[in-house]
Design a protein around this ligand. Structure first.
Ligand SMILES: [Zn+2]
Length: 263
């Protein structure tokens, strides 16, 4: 009985101050799939608490409205942010696609490397979708294509990471994400007209945007990109300015919503 009284008084106090039991800012949910082929992905992600881990990035910000991160069956290979619903959806199908493509294309690497690529490709994709949520919910003004901006903010999260080994894995994962559908990556003769009208830039462009920011953020560590002509000098010359613009944008528009570090 005493326990109940204590609990009640805590509840009343928290209602008064609206703090202790405040509603969670980031809600994680795994919806079981109907398709048997997707069940292993549901089990795996849930048991590894993959969304809870991803939520860590979302929790860096103060959301004016709760944000839901959901894993579900979508009947398409995709991930999405649903504007107006404050909901990021990661489809089991995209995880299945990533796993299958990694196993088919990176068989010459060991299992640990392949698993790292799968995880970090998914992290990049999640951060891209989270960026859409940031733009919509925090009403961040955008001038130009939202997909390019979402990639840019996702790259910013990866490149600002303190641990260099982790940065490398994140970049390798994103690279695989861009390359996975086209084994002739860079061979633009295979594109049909629709590829150019898509809301997303070509995967190759998304990949070079990533290299450009990486080169600007880490001029010494990533110098090889230019030396080995992986990033053409003609583009590299613009990268410091591009990175500065991205940093200024993030600092001015998104940083004000950062959760203040507790002292
Ligand atoms: Zn997008």
């Amino acid at each position: 009985m005493q326990k109940i009284i204590r609990l009640l008084s805590i509840l009343m106090l928290s209602a008064a101050f609206n703090t202790t039991f405040a509603a969670p800012q980031v809600i994680v949910t795994y919806t079981p799939p109907v398709d048997e082929n997707l069940k292993p992905y549901y089990e795996f992600l849930k048991s590894r608490q993959a969304l809870e881990a991803a939520a860590g990035t979302a929790k860096l910000l103060q959301w004016p409205t709760p944000l839901t991160l959901e894993a579900k069956q979508c009947n398409e290979v995709n991930a999405m942010y649903v504007p107006g619903e404050a909901r990021v959806i990661m489809c089991y199908e995209i995880f299945k696609d990533l796993v299958e493509k990694v196993e088919a294309q990176l068989g010459h690497h060991d299992q640990k490397y392949r698993d790292d690529i799968k995880k970090h490709a998914a992290v990049f994709l999640f951060r891209h979708e989270l960026s859409h949520a940031i733009f919509d919910i925090l009403k961040i003004p955008l001038i130009g294509n939202e997909e390019i901006a979402a990639d840019a903010v996702a790259f910013h999260y990866s490149l600002e990471q303190k641990d260099m080994a982790e940065v490398k894995k994140l970049l390798q994962g994103a690279k695989f994400y861009f390359m996975r559908r086209n084994e002739n990556f860079g061979d633009d003769t295979r594109y049909d007209f629709g590829a150019f009208s898509d809301i997303h830039p070509l995967s190759e462009q998304r990949y070079f945007n990533m290299l450009c920011y990486t080169y600007a953020k880490f001029p010494e560590e990533a110098e090889f990109l230019v030396k080995q002509e992986l990033l053409p000098q003609g583009r590299a010359d613009y990268c410091p300015r591009e990175w500065k613009q991205l940093q200024d944008g993030v600092h001015r528009l998104i940083r004000p919503y950062a959760v203040k570090a507790k002292k």
